[in-house]
Design a binder for this molecule. Structure first.
Ligand code: FES
Length: 128
């Protein structure tokens, strides 16, 4: 049986799991909480719908290819963050480093107004 190393960076925990292990399941079995709050109490519990189990990984190829549901749900996350995956929908197929609860800046926060960029003009388009 092929084993893979999974390192959880925030928790500084390293585990070894058999090829094909579900990442969310591996988290839960080793005391790593993949959810940002309430231990996933309000999550969809692995159905790929809520997105609360999202993690960031160093190497996307170390996880199975996203299925249609995961790919669809991932479109709702900021495209500026690479290698986001739903831990409930992917299987481990290689050594991987995982960041639970990645820093997901809401899209509105990246807008110049909120990021402190000087406002160039307060005029409405029809006033210009
Ligand atoms: S637990 Fe809901 S998407 Fe993973």
């Amino acid at each position: 049986m092929t084993m893979h190393r999974v390192h959880f960076r925030n928790e500084n925990v390293t585990i070894h799991v058999p090829e094909g292990s579900n990442l969310r399941q591996a988290c839960m079995e080793h005391g790593v909480d993949p959810y940002p709050a309430l231990g996933g109490l309000l999550s969809c519990r692995g159905k790929g719908l809520c997105g609360t189990c999202v993690v960031q990984v160093d190497d996307d190829a170390a996880l199975s290819t996203p299925d249609a549901r995961e790919a669809k749900r991932l479109k709702g996350f900021p495209s500026s963050l690479e290698n986001l995956r739903l831990s409930c929908r992917c299987q481990v197929v290689g050594d991987v480093i995982v960041v639970t609860d990645p820093d997901l800046e809401p899209a509105w926060k990246t807008h110049g107004f909120y990021s402190g960029e000087p406002v160039r003009s307060w005029k409405l388009p029809e006033d210009a």
